[in-house]
Design a binder for this molecule. Structure first.
Ligand SMILES: *Cc1c(COP(=O)(O)O)cnc(C)c1O
Ligand SMILES: [Zn+2]
Length: 401
């Protein structure tokens, strides 16, 4: 944030200003695509080499599809989804983790550690397993159980830290410093891993005919904002992209430190006092590292973008809408994008004819309720099934049973 150079031997916050440290952008002309699958196609522009491509499980290269039904609901004509929930461990975090684990292999680290609200944990655990490295994962006490179970299924050591995400963050940072482990927490704490998120921006430019007017990004600390904006800036400097997309950052009403600073017109983000939301993927109070938020806020403003907040109930409705009408099972933190687009369209911030791409960052399977009670009724045979079907108005009205 202060523009001064940093020693990268052990990644941490800036020694001068305490702000986040990021790698310098790749200089023009940008290296050409490698032809390798997924994210490794842009290895030349990321801190990885084709030597570590064996680590890949197909991260990146996710589809962009039209939002058939949601476009009408949002009153936006050109609405698209980038299906980043289709990354190997079910979230965009794999873009950062794959690069961070490649770094750990290259530096011969003994282990990797991360703090996670859920998705980084599963991602770190999976890639560490593939690399043959132990993974230590620290999660907030109230983490969705399915997400902790996934990390454990990959053999990670999972500890829940009392309190919210920021407490887990502090513990992971301390362990990394004490033992020389690579910290894969997906705030800005690891600039090498964060650089992996630029891949999303390169792909969007490859997939879309033109730079979209808006890219909608769910935001905890905001490294994905940095990744997309940096990628478009690099491509613009190299003459590959004509414009910079505006970023619409989305936070939960019950934990919105960056959106709050945006609304106040403040340059500095203040830590959020008390987390009051169940949208776990984006509830980061930034306690101890508010400058992460200030950096993200600056980027959003530099794109001419905006921040929006979404309530738990609305996000839940967006989850249902995506699952029922688009066939997309998406977790609340990412489904929240839709609510934000609809709200900003209604306010006139987003124009009816503007092109909008929502980053669908996380799969909904990990946060589904499980257990016998959600499995549906049990019937003995076809006759009993017909009795049950008659009770469904959708079927009773539309067809004969
Ligand atoms: C982690 C996460 C985010 C937010 O990412 P930050 O790096 O915290 O800004 C958004 N959506 C999903 C599904 C996530 O897992
Ligand atoms: Zn600095």
């Amino acid at each position: 944030m202060c523009g001064r150079g940093q020693d990268m031997a052990f990644p941490d916050y800036c020694a001068h200003c305490g702000g986040p440290v990021v790698l310098p952008p790749t200089a023009a002309p940008l290296p050409r695509p490698t032809g390798l699958p997924g994210m490794w196609n842009h290895a030349g522009r990321l801190p990885v080499t084709p030597d570590t491509a064996w680590l890949s499980m197909g991260e990146g290269g996710t589809p962009v599809v039209p939002a058939a039904a949601a476009a009408g609901w949002c009153a936006v004509e050109h609405l698209m989804f980038k299906l980043d929930h289709l990354n190997p461990s079910g979230s965009f975090k794999d873009r950062a983790t794959a690069v961070g684990v490649a770094q750990a292999v290259w530096q011969r680290a003994q282990a990797v550690v991360c703090a996670s609200s859920g998705n980084a944990a599963g991602s770190t655990a999976a890639y560490a397993a593939r690399a043959g490295l132990p993974a230590i994962v620290l999660m907030p006490e109230a983490v969705p159980p399915g997400k902790a179970a996934i990390a454990r299924a990959h053999g990670a050591i999972v500890l829940r830290v009392r309190g919210d995400y920021s407490n887990a963050f502090r513990a992971a940072r301390e362990l990394a410093a004490r033992f020389g482990w690579i910290n894969l927490t997906t705030t800005y704490v690891n600039p090498v891993a964060v650089a992996g998120l630029k891949s999303a921006g390169y792909e969007l430019a490859d997939q879309l005919a033109q730079t979209p007017d808006w890219i909608v990004v769910p935001v905890g600390a905001g490294p994905l904002v940095h990744g997309i904006v940096t990628a478009y800036r690099e491509m613009r400097n190299a003459g590959e992209a004509a414009a910079l997309p505006r970023i619409l950052g989305v936070q939960a009403e019950g934990c919105a430190p960056i959106a709050d600073a945006f609304d106040r017109g403040a340059a500095e983000v203040a830590p959020w006092q008390e987390v009051r939301t169940r949208i776990s993927a984006i509830s980061d109070p930034l306690r101890g590292y508010p400058s992460d938020g200030s950096y993200t806020l600056r980027l959003v403003r530099e794109t001419g973008g905006a921040m929006a907040t979404v309530g738990d109930a609305e996000a839940g409705e967006a989850v249902d809408r995506l699952a029922h009408r688009e066939g997309l099972l998406i977790e609340s933190g990412a489904a929240a994008d839709l609510v934000a687009v609809r709200a900003l369209r209604a306010r006139g911030t987003i124009g009816a004819d503007e092109t909008v791409v929502c980053m669908l960052t996380g799969h909904g399977a990990k946060t589904l309720a499980t257990g016998a009670e959600v499995g549906g009724p049990v019937v003995a045979d076809a006759d009993e099934a017909v009795d049950r079907l008659r009770a469904h108005t959708a079927i009773a009205e539309g067809m004969t049973v």
